[in-house]
Design a protein. Structure first.
Lengths: 338, 376
C-alpha cells in the first residue's frame, strides 16, 4: 500500500527549460524565452491536436444535421472527450530553488477513476498536481526529477511540447478564474481558440461542455453575458466546462470547492461523479468527506517539519479511510491533526 | 390563524419607507456656511484693513486656510474628536476637488472668452489663414489648415507610438528577463525627454540625414518619440494589473504565450490600455517644439502628409500670438479653444473604442441581451 520507494537513478533536478511556457517547438528555432515565437506556435495547431486524439475529435462527433435539442447531454459516455488515459508518476521530486518540496512521489492514477490527494497544507499536493500537467515549470526556480507517464509516454520527454501536454491534461484551479473580458459562450470556446483547435460546430462544443459541467440549464438563456457575472459556484463550473471543451484525457482539480458554499460544492461533486467515466480525474481536497464522496482512490501526502512532502499511504479510498496502515493516516483522516 | 394574520398584514401595512442613509443636517450645513462666511470676513479684514498684503491668489489661499481652521474649531465645539477629523478631512478634500475642476473650467473658459470673437464665426473653422493679412477682419482667417495638420500629425503619431508602446509594455511585463531592466530605464528616461530634443532628433536623423521632407510625417515621427514612453508606461501598469491566474488558466488550456497575450491579457486590459493611449495623445497633441522643427508653418492648407510644410494648432497659436493685431490674438485663443475641443473629441473616441471595464456591460449591450433573452 505504501508507495515510497528509493530508486536513486532519477534524482537529478530537471530545470525548467527556457521555452517552457508553450511557444517553444523542439524542432524549430530556439527562442530565448518562448516569445515572440507566436507565429510558429500559432501556425501549427492541427498537426499536434491529432497526436493526442484530443481536439479535432470533438468536431466530428456532431455533424451539422445533429439537432441541438435532440442532444441528450452527459448521459452518453465519451461524447466529446478524448481517449480515457491513465497517468502515472514515478519517483517525482520537486524543488523551488534549493528547497526540496517533494521527495520521490510515485502514484498510479488509473483511467476512469477519481483519485484524491489529501494532506495538510504545505505538504506538496498542489505542487504535485501542477507537475502532472507541466504547470510547475512556470514558476521561477522550479525544478523536478522523475517521470510522469500519460499512457506510457513521459510528458517531460524533450519531444513533448508543454502546450500539447496541457491540452491533454486540463486543470481547474482553486479560485474560479473565468476570463472577465469574455462572455460565457466565449469563455467555453476560449479553450479551443487558445489551444488552436479548429472545430466546425462551435455551438455544439459549447453546449456539450456546459452540459457536462452541469451548467447548461442555468446559463443557456444568457450565453452572451460576461462570465464574471455568475455566482462563484457557477463560475467554477464554467471553468470546468472551459477545460472540458478541449476534450482532455485527464482533468486535474486543485481544491475546486474551497472557495464555494455547500450547495455549489454539491453541484461540483455531482459534476465530478458524472464525469468520472469519461475523464481521469485527480482532485486535491482538504475536505475529508469530499474525498470519501467523490474518489475511488486516495493518496495521503505529508511533509514533516523541514522535510519535503511525500506520500505516506495510498490505496482505495475506503481502505485509506476505514483501515489505514499508517497511524499518521488514521490520525489525519479522523481529524486528530492537520 | 397564520393565514388570517398574513392577509391582515398584506392589506393593513402601509407602503415601506426607505431609510435615508445620508442626510444633510441643518447644523452641519450651518457650520460649513458659517465657517466659509466667517473666514471670508476675517480674510477681508486682514487684507484690506490690517496687513499690507494684496493679490487675488494670496487672498483665496488665506481664505482657504482660515476657513479650514474655523471649520475645525466650530466642529470641535459640537462633535467628538473622530467626527471632527473626519469632517475636516472631507471638507479639505472636497475643496481640493473643487479647485481642480475650477482650474480646468478656468482654462477652457478663459480661452473661450478671449477667443469668442473668433470662434463665433463659422468661417473660423472653414477658412485658412492664407488670405488673412494684418488688419484683415475676423471673418477672413481661420484654423482649417491647422486642424488638418494637427489631425494628420496626431493620427500618424498615434499609429506609430501605440503599437510600439504596447509592444514595449508586453515585453516588460510578459517577457521580462535580463533585458527588461535596461528597457524600462530607457522608457523612463524618454518620459522626461525634453520635446525639442525629439524634434531635433527627427530633424537631424530623418530630414537632414535620410532626406525626408519637412512634412506631417516627420512631425508625427517626432511626436511619436514623445508619446511612445507615455503609452508604454501606462500600458505596462495596466497589463501588470491583469491577474496572474488568468494567464495560468490560459496556459493550462494549452495556449502559447503569444495566444495568451493576444486573447486573454490584452482584452482584459483593454479599458486601461485606452486610457494609456489617451494619455499619450494628450501629450502629443499640444506639442509645439517638435512640430516647429519638423513641419514648420504655412498659412495655407496642405493635405499631403508626406510633402510640404504644414501647420498644426499649437504652431498657429504660437505664430498668431506674436502678431500685434487684436484679431490675431483672438484667433490664437480661438485656436486654443479648438484644440481643447479636439482633445475632447479624441478622448471620447478613445473611450468608446476602449469600452467598459472587463465584465461590465454598456447600457446598449444590456438592452441587446434583454432583447435576445425575450426572443428565445
Amino acid at each position: 500500500m505504501t508507495t515510497e520507494s528509493s530508486q536513486p537513478d532519477h534524482d537529478q533536478p530537471r530545470h525548467a527549460r527556457p521555452g517552457a511556457n508553450g511557444a517553444d517547438s523542439p524542432s524549430g528555432p530556439h527562442w530565448p524565452s518562448g516569445w515572440p515565437a507566436g507565429p510558429l506556435a500559432a501556425g501549427q495547431p492541427d498537426g499536434h491536436a491529432s497526436s493526442g486524439g484530443a481536439g479535432t475529435g470533438t468536431a466530428t462527433v456532431a455533424g451539422p444535421e445533429t439537432s441541438m435539442i435532440d442532444y441528450v447531454g452527459a448521459s452518453s459516455p465519451h461524447l466529446g472527450s478524448g481517449p480515457l488515459l491513465g497517468l502515472e508518476a514515478r519517483n517525482v521530486s520537486a524543488w523551488f530553488g534549493s528547497n526540496k518540496v517533494l521527495d520521490r512521489v510515485s502514484l498510479d492514477m488509473q483511467p476512469g477513476r477519481v483519485t484524491a490527494l489529501i494532506g495538510p497544507s504545505g505538504c506538496g499536493k498542489s505542487t504535485f498536481l501542477r507537475i502532472l500537467n507541466r504547470m510547475h515549470e512556470m514558476v521561477r526556480g522550479a525544478a523536478l526529477a522523475g517521470e510522469v507517464l500519460l499512457a506510457d509516454e513521459d510528458i517531460y520527454h524533450p519531444s513533448q511540447r508543454p502546450a500539447d501536454v496541457r491540452r491533454r491534461i486540463g486543470m481547474v484551479f482553486q479560485k474560479p478564474n473565468p476570463f472577465p473580458a469574455m462572455s460565457i459562450y466565449d469563455n467555453v470556446a476560449s479553450g479551443l481558440k487558445l489551444a488552436g483547435i479548429k472545430v466546425s460546430n462551435k455551438d455544439h462544443v459549447v453546449e456539450t461542455s456546459l452540459r457536462r459541467a452541469g451548467l447548461w440549464g442555468e446559463v443557456q438563456r444568457r450565453l452572451r453575458t460576461p462570465g464574471g457575472a455568475l455566482s462563484g459556484g457557477q463560475q467554477q463550473r464554467l471553468c470546468i466546462a472551459r477545460s472540458l471543451a478541449i476534450s482532455p484525457s485527464v482533468l486535474l482539480m486543485d481544491e475546486p470547492c474551497s472557495a464555494l458554499d455547500p450547495t455549489s460544492t454539491r453541484r461540483i461533486e455531482e459534476t465530478i461523479t458524472e464525469l468520472q467515466n469519461q475523464v481521469t480525474i485527480v482532485i486535491v481536497t482538504h475536505n475529508m468527506q469530499q474525498a470519501q464522496r467523490v474518489s475511488k482512490y486516495c493518496a495521503f501526502f505529508l511533509a514533516a517539519e523541514g522535510t519535503p512532502g511525500h506520500i505516506v499511504e495510498s490505496g482505495p479510498t475506503e481502505k485509506v479511510f476505514d483501515d489505514p496502515v499508517d497511524p499518521r493516516t488514521a490520525d489525519y483522516v479522523h481529524g486528530r491533526f492537520g | 390563524m397564520t393565514t388570517d394574520a398574513q392577509a391582515l398584514r398584506s392589506t393593513a401595512v402601509p407602503a415601506e419607507r426607505r431609510v435615508r442613509i445620508r442626510q444633510v443636517s441643518g447644523a452641519g450645513a450651518m457650520t460649513l456656511g458659517g465657517a466659509a462666511g466667517g473666514a471670508l470676513a476675517l480674510t477681508w479684514l486682514l487684507y484690506e484693513r490690517i496687513l499690507a498684503a494684496s493679490g487675488v491668489l494670496g487672498f483665496w489661499l488665506s481664505w482657504y486656510v482660515i476657513f479650514l481652521l474655523m471649520y475645525a474649531a466650530m466642529a470641535a465645539m459640537q462633535w467628538d474628536k473622530l467626527a471632527v477629523r473626519d469632517r475636516v478631512a472631507s471638507v479639505a478634500l472636497a475643496g481640493a476637488g473643487v479647485l481642480t475642476c475650477a482650474i480646468v473650467f478656468d482654462q477652457v473658459g478663459f480661452s473661450l472668452a478671449r477667443g469668442l470673437a473668433a470662434v463665433t464665426h463659422v468661417s473660423f473653422f472653414t477658412h485658412t489663414l492664407a488670405n488673412a493679412g494684418p488688419l484683415s477682419p475676423m471673418a477672413d482667417g481661420g484654423v482649417l489648415g491647422a486642424m488638418v495638420g494637427t489631425l494628420e500629425e496626431i493620427g500618424l503619431a498615434t499609429l506609430f507610438s501605440v503599437p510600439l508602446g504596447i509592444t514595449a509594455a508586453i515585453f516588460l511585463v510578459e517577457v521580462g528577463g535580463a533585458w527588461a531592466r535596461p528597457v524600462r530605464t530607457l522608457v523612463e528616461a524618454m518620459t522626461a525627454l525634453p520635446d525639442i530634443i525629439a524634434g531635433l532628433f527627427v530633424l537631424a536623423f530623418a530630414i537632414l540625414t535620410l532626406g525626408l521632407q519637412h512634412c506631417a510625417l516627420a512631425a508625427s515621427l517626432a511626436l511619436a518619440v514623445t508619446m511612445m514612453p507615455i503609452v508604454a508606461r501606462g500600458s505596462e501598469t495596466v497589463i501588470r494589473l491583469v491577474p496572474g491566474m488568468l494567464r495560468e488558466a490560459s496556459y493550462a488550456l494549452g495556449s502559447s504565450q503569444w495566444r495568451t497575450v493576444w486573447n486573454v491579457v490584452l482584452p482584459t486590459a483593454r479599458s486601461g490600455l485606452s486610457t494609456a493611449v489617451v494619455l499619450g495623445m494628450a501629450r502629443g497633441i499640444g506639442e509645439t517644439a517638435p512640430v516647429l522643427l519638423t513641419a514648420g508653418y504655412i498659412k495655407g492648407l496642405n493635405f499631403n502628409p508626406v510633402n510640404g510644410w504644414q501647420t498644426s494648432l499649437p504652431m498657429l497659436i504660437f505664430n498668431e500670438r506674436q502678431q500685434p493685431d487684436a484679431n490675431d490674438l483672438a484667433r490664437a485663443f480661438g485656436a486654443g479653444f479648438t484644440l481643447l475641443l479636439l482633445v475632447l473629441v479624441l478622448f471620447t473616441i478613445a473611450r468608446l473604442l476602449g469600452g467598459n471595464k472587463p465584465g461590465e456591460l454598456s447600457r446598449r449591450s444590456r438592452r441587446r441581451i434583454a432583447r435576445e433573452t425575450v426572443r428565445r
